[in-house]
Each structure stands twice: as C-alpha cells, then as structure tokens.
Design a protein around this ligand. Structure first.
Ligand code: ADP
Ligand code: MG
Length: 253
C-alpha cells in the first residue's frame, strides 16, 4: 500500500522560515485533516510537497514509498500520483477545462508502468459529463477557460472534478469547502467521500469547517501552528478547538 512519509520538513521563502519541521505520514486509503490558524503554514506545506519553486526546502525529507519527492519536478510529482486542489485556483485564460484535463489524464496514463491507452476526445467527454453531473456542474464548463469567471464555489467544484478525473494516489485539498453555500458544501463533501471510497487514495484535507466532517470521516486530525504540527488526534479534538480555539489549544501543548 503506498505511503506518503514526510519527516522534519523545513522550508523558507527568501530568508523567512515558514515550515519548521513538519512530520506527517499518510497511507493510501486514509483521510487526514489539517487545521490551524491562518498563516500557520498549511498551504505552504501542500505547495512544497507539490514542488512549488517559490519555496526552498532546507531540511527534512518527503517520500512517496521509496521515491524521494524532493528530487522530482512538479510534473514528475503529478505523474507519480500527487494532486493538489488549490486554496486559490488560478485562471488559465485560453485553456478549456476539458482539453486541459484530457491532456493531463493522458499524460499521467502514459507515465504509468502498466500504460492505459490514451482516451479519445469523445470517450473523454463522456467521462467528463458523468463526473460533472455528480458535482452538479453545467456541462458547458467543459469548454470554458479554466477558472475564468468561475464563482468561488464553481472553482472549488472544478478542483474536485479534476481529482475525480485524474485519479491521484494522494490528493491534497486546500480549503476545498471555503466559499461554498450549504447545498454546494453537501454535494462537494459527499462527492469527495464517494471518490475516496472508489479510488482509495490517501487524502489530506485542509479545512476550518467541521461541517465537512458530516460527510467525510477522517482517520486523523492534525493541528498546525508556526510551521509545525503541534497536536494530533481523532474527532474529539474538534470539541477542544470549538471550546478553546486554536490559540489555547496550542499553548496547552
Ligand atoms: P495557511 O495556509 O496556514 O493560512 P500559508 O502557508 O499560506 O498559511 O502561509 C504561512 C506563512 O508564510 C504566512 O505568514 C505567509 O504570509 C507566509 N508565506 C507563504 N508564502 C509566502 C511567499 N511566497 N512569500 C512570503 N511569505 C509567504
Ligand atoms: Mg492556506
């Protein structure tokens, strides 16, 4: 069973330290939630794992099984099975969502050991329509430029659609529930849970909203503060957070 193992990871932007020794281990099939105050380094951790050139890793390791992720380019990491749903998805003008996803899926397929054949446009469009329907996304989005003029909620749904289509081995979902109305939150979190049950990937979800846990049952909850994971536990941790906030929770440690 594939494992993602992060040990004592330190990272900087310029001269500023942002990650100060993150250790985290996720097996495929598991769901981990990361919570923590704004600015604690949650998004940075996910970006560093995906290989964002903005950050410099100064210490520690990140491995997917025996593969050293830190030696791989961002596209090699994606081909190895990592996926990030961005907190703030970027507009990619002039690139249709459907074309992008078909190219990305076929690129991932061709990099796999037991190569699956490339999907033809018509076959792929069928798959897209099916997955879009499950997320209540209008099929017209297939030919729209990525995130161009999408509402906040539509961007988040589009990220989940990408995960459904690309079938990653490990997926990182950064505040996937932010900006969603109650109905969209229900659709999105149920669909994440359904995709997880089907694909059995390892999932790391950054969230502030305990309501996502109405539909998604995590194996572990981690609290991050100042670039480190300072506490871990099960859902009982949520009650402590609700009562005392992150601040007091972290101070108690
Ligand atoms: P979180 O996702 O937990 O809210 P972030 O990982 O986005 O936090 O940010 C952690 C800290 O690192 C913040 O103080 C943020 O301002 C800083 N930071 C992140 N990326 C950059 C960057 N590219 N340049 C400067 N500071 C950054
Ligand atoms: Mg963030």
């Amino acid at each position: 069973m594939p494992n993602l193992t992060i040990k004592n990871l330190h990272a900087t932007v310029g001269n500023t330290k942002i990650l100060n020794g993150v250790s985290l281990s996720v097996s495929s099939g598991e769901i981990h939630i990361i919570m923590g105050q704004n600015g604690s380094g949650k998004s940075t951790l996910l970006s560093v794992l995906m290989g964002s050139p903005k950050y410099t890793v100064t210490m520690g390791s990140a491995k997917l099984d025996k593969k050293n992720l830190l030696d791989l380019s961002p596209s090699e990491r994606a081909q190895a099975g990592l996926f990030l749903a961005f907190q703030h998805p970027q507009v990619v003008a002039g690139v249709a969502l459907g074309n992008f996803l078909r190219l990305a899926k076929n690129t991932i397929h061709s990099a796999q050991k037991n190569k699956k054949p490339a999907m033809a446009p018509a076959q792929f469009a069928g798959l897209m329509r099916e997955e879009m329907n499950k997320l209540n996304i209008d099929p017209a989005f297939m030919s729209r430029s990525i995130n161009d003029g999408f509402s906040g909620g539509e961007k988040k749904k589009s990220e989940v659609l990408q995960m459904a289509i690309l079938e990653p081995a490990f997926a990182f979902l950064d505040e996937i529930d932010s900006g969603l109305d109650v109905d969209a939150l229900k659709i999105v979190s149920k669909q994440i849970s359904t995709i997880h049950k089907k694909q059995k990937m390892g999932l790391v979800i950054v969230s502030h909203n305990p309501r996502i846990l109405d539909f998604i049952k995590p194996d572990k909850i981690h609290i991050m503060s100042k670039g480190k994971i300072v506490a871990q536990g099960g859902t009982e941790i949520l009650k402590k957070i609700e009562k005392n906030g992150f601040e007091s929770f972290i101070k108690k440690k």
